[in-house]
Design a binder for this molecule. Sequence first.
Ligand code: ADP
Length: 445
Amino acid sequence: MLTWLITAAFLRLYPASTLWPLLAFGVFGFLTLMSRVADARQIEQLMTWLRHPETPLPKRLAPQWMELASHVLRQRRNHKDSLAQSDKRLADFLAALQVSPNGVVLIDADQRIEWFNQTAAEHFGFDARRDAQQHFTNLVRDPVVAAYFAARDFSHSVVFAGRSNTRSPAQRISLQLHLYGQGRSLLLSRDVTAIEQADAMRRDFVANVSHEIRTPLTVLGGFVETLQTLKLSGAEQTRYLDLMAQQASRMQSLVDDLLTLSKLEGSPRPSNHEWLKVETLIRSCVNDGRALSQMIWGSAQHIDIDLDADLNCDIAGSDTELHSALFNLVGNAVRYTPADKSIVVSWSLNAHGQGVLTVTDHGMGIAPEHLPRLTERFYRVDRSRSRETGGTGLGLAIVKHIAQRHDAELQIESTPGKGSSFRLVFGAHRVRVAVEQSAALVEQD
Ligand code: ADP
């Protein structure tokens, strides 16, 4: 009723001609309001979708919101791709650092460990789960490392005793810190045990060589002085000259052995296509051994040859080197075996087709504690016996070297007072039954 009254009053106030624009305006206003409401609802849906990217894109969006949503979708996809790419790059980078032979530790500005690779874990005894985010200096308490960090002079490296106490020789680790970024640092570590050991060996070697040469040189110098200052009889002079010749020959042997070693170290491995006859090699070394025995003992020391009955074998390698190795073994047997005891040089093929060259003596033998060190340069069990018989202390080092170059193994067995057996075991690929013999065997079949 009231509505009708208001409408009638309204129509009386405003004639129909003025009503149409008002109505149009009202409709326009209404439509605008409706569109705003729809927009607001779509914006709300869009916002929910943006906040929860895992939810599906709202359906029935107005074209402008749809365009906006697809733009956001594209951006999201690009962002995800570039994140995946940088993750992959980081993973590749860390994988590369992981396989580095050097230890790598990333340390933040508070000296906390951010990341380390496996090698660093071994050098410092770190545990990947336990030690990340720990202070480096709390974990590595070696005094050398502590002093290095305290001095804050990182222009050089320091060497400290590594964590692995089971290793022999004790592990030596070099570490150096490199600063970068804002207070961050990269710590690199390296196992220098072998380098330090090689340095020590080189120093010992030079000291040993100098000592070995100085001794005969001093003796020689003394004799020269005696000859120059004293009036000696002809017989005395001859004796002195003989002694001088002995010392000169001792120096000569030492220099020869040193040259042999340096040649072995500097030349390529002997080919395994050049074949030589085992029998020729053994016979020639045994003849040289007999001559040496004659020189030292002056009587016939028996050197027997025992070649594997039917086998006539060839061995692949360097004639000179193999001769040198075998002669060193035969020579030692002669020198460390009394004249009345015999020596046997034998050759056989074992069940694996390996060639076994053995020199057995019935001499003084060697105590077990010396066996592991016999092939070290200048290591001697019986120093005076070695010198008396012209030994240099390098013979077995040369034999071992030659054996390695021929894929052979040097095996030593000895019983003090009973004798020794030195065996060279050659890989089957370096041994063959001699060509003529195998042809003959085929014909017999
Ligand atoms: P050396 O020139 O002193 O003989 P080697 O390197 O040939 O040097 O041998 C090292 C040491 O091994 C020798 O000093 C000796 O004490 C011992 N030795 C080598 N061969 C024999 C052997 N057949 N019998 C006993 N001792 C041996």
